[in-house]
Design a protein around this ligand. Structure first.
Ligand SMILES: Cc1cc2nc3c(=O)[nH]c(=O)nc-3n(C[C@H](O)[C@H](O)[C@H](O)COP(=O)(O)OP(=O)(O)OC[C@H]3O[C@@H](n4cnc5c(N)ncnc54)[C@H](O)[C@@H]3O)c2cc1C
Length: 461
């Protein structure tokens, strides 16, 4: 396919990270001409160090290969859709137990070679600015400049989308799985019983509160990098910083009990942790006001001291770091095209999908839609039974308020037709359903010219 006459128009891709590189290869392999802008090595971000495409900025792990995990299911879907970067990751794999970890230099080099040698890809090594020119020319573009988008382009995005549609840091509270909560200890109620009983409340007595604060203050934190400090703390404070201001500060803030009566004691608790449903199904809850810099293992240790959360399973940990992302639920359509200027598409972490594999998945989706549009096909919307499809549906769901980045997890999937009580069976059922949905999707959309599928060495069948 790649040797034929290139298909016009040229698609401009901004950013040769995980999402941009996947999108470039997907389009080029379908015969579409691509112009890929990457500003490195001339201009670095605060965390990238080299000039290769798809540089992994932190861990070298692309997470679990366990077929029944959400992360493993996502990899299966990407292999069925013919992801080019997952293929490169499998080629450069290093031993890491049940995870897919890569030799980061070999991985980035392999992706760079594939891109630089591709006859349909022109690489432009400079910072891209000038979105207006692309819009006025009606020239298709995928913006994949990541969480550390250059400041000039970031300013252009502010002008295009408005300041309120762009965030510059994550301040996300943890999300826990609903089924892992001990409902005997929790109660549904809204403060002063206004607006229905939407919140799940965890009451703490004085002793429990004291222990929680003591352990919160002792817990190990992730120290933000220098470039993150100034922007971070103007917005909202991590819960451990608030606690440091005084033993009772949280009782007058995120953990205030006013307006709440514990139905068991018929009294106002000493303190209350509120949990807000994260989705319509009520399968996940976020801990209100718990944005934090605690290390992930410490979040588990300390937050499990909250009554009712002793066995809590974390679908997402709290994070706070520099991260430019757009308010996707309001500005993007289901195909990741900008509603106001559909010629522009977004992909990668800038859309608020978090994680290496999620970034390349959204690059793949943006490329499929770009290709479909060029060919006059219907928009490509992946089934919501799949991890990819549910992540993209979550990211573009206008019902989301206070949108925060999310990585794939089973909490965002549609509920099972036949609910499974035990976690192991539930995950296996989610995984089997996702597998069947993506296989059928590929069969039914042969016109999209999928690249060959390949096996991923899963640990479990
Ligand atoms: C500090 C940090 C650590 C992270 N650690 C992890 C982790 O361990 N595991 C994990 O799963 N996820 C992690 N993430 C989250 C995320 O998965 C990665 O950021 C991922 O690389 C996102 O992929 P991307 O393609 O969207 O962006 P990137 O991989 O960052 O690619 C964007 C590219 O765009 C280029 N660029 C920016 N502006 C311009 C411009 N104007 N013109 C041309 N080029 C431009 C950049 O140089 C970069 O190469 C981390 C994020 C950050 C910020």
């Amino acid at each position: 396919m790649q040797k034929g006459v290139p298909i016009n128009p040229v698609v401009t891709i901004l950013g040769g990270g995980l999402a941009g590189s996947e999108a470039a290869l997907q389009l080029a392999q379908r015969g579409v001409s691509v112009r890929l802008y990457e500003m490195r090595p001339k201009q670095q971000t605060p965390v990238h160090v080299g000039g290769d495409m798809a540089e992994l900025v932190c861990s070298n792990s692309l997470k679990s290969l366990d077929a029944s995990s959400a992360s493993g299911s996502l990899k299966y879907e990407l292999s069925v859709l013919g992801s080019e970067l997952l293929r490169c990751a499998l080629k450069t794999r290093v031993a890491a137990g049940g995870a897919l970890a890569v030799d980061r230099e070999a991985f980035a080099r392999t992706v760079t070679q594939r891109i630089e040698e591709h006859p349909h890809i022109e690489v432009v090594r400079q910072e891209f600015t000038g979105l207006d020119s692309l819009i006025s020319a009606g020239s298709p573009c995928i913006i994949a400049t990541g969480p550390l988008t250059s400041s000039t382009l970031e300013q252009e995005l502010v002008q295009l989308l408005g300041n309120e549609s762009l965030a510059f840091y994550d301040a996300a509270a943890p999300i826990v799985e609903a089924d892992s909560l001990d409902r005997e200890k929790l109660f549904y109620q809204s403060r002063y019983e206004k607006n229905g009983a939407d919140y799940l409340n965890a009451p703490l007595n004085q002793e429990q509160y004291n222990l929680f604060i003591t352990e919160l203050l002792k817990a190990r934190r992730v120290i933000p990098r220098e470039f993150e400090n100034s922007e971070l703390f103007q917005a909202c404070q991590p819960i451990e910083e608030v606690a440091r201001k005084g033993h009772d500060t949280l009782r007058f803030g995120a953990l205030k009990p006013v307006g709440l009566i514990d139905p068991i004691t018929q009294r106002r608790p000493w303190a209350v942790v509120q949990l807000r449903p994260e989705n319509i199904q009520g399968s996940a809850f976020n801990l209100v006001g718990f944005q934090t810099n605690l290390a992930f293992s410490e979040q588990e240790r300390v937050f499990r001291l909250i009554p009712g959360l002793e066995q809590a399973q974390f679908l997402r940990y709290g994070v706070m770091h520099r991260n430019t992302f757009i308010d996707s639920p309001r500005v993007l359509s289901r195909t990741f095209a900008l509603k106001a200027h559909p010629v522009l598409r977004f992909a990668g972490q800038i859309t608020g999908t978090e994680g290496y594999v999620e970034a390349l998945a959204s690059g793949l989706l943006a490329a499929l839609n770009c290709y479909a549009e060029i060919q006059g096909f219907d928009p490509v919307i992946l089934p919501e039974e799949t991890l990819c499809g549910s992540l993209f549906a979550y990211a573009t769901d206008p019902a989301q308020v206070n949108y925060q980045p999310l990585h794939v997890n089973y909490g965002i999937l549609k509920p099972l037709e036949q609910p499974q009580k035990r976690k192991k069976e539930r995950y296996a059922a989610y995984s089997a359903r996702a597998k069947a949905a993506i296989d059928t999707f590929r069969e039914q959309h042969a016109n999209l010219g999928f690249l060959p599928t390949y096996p991923v060495p899963f640990l479990l069948p």
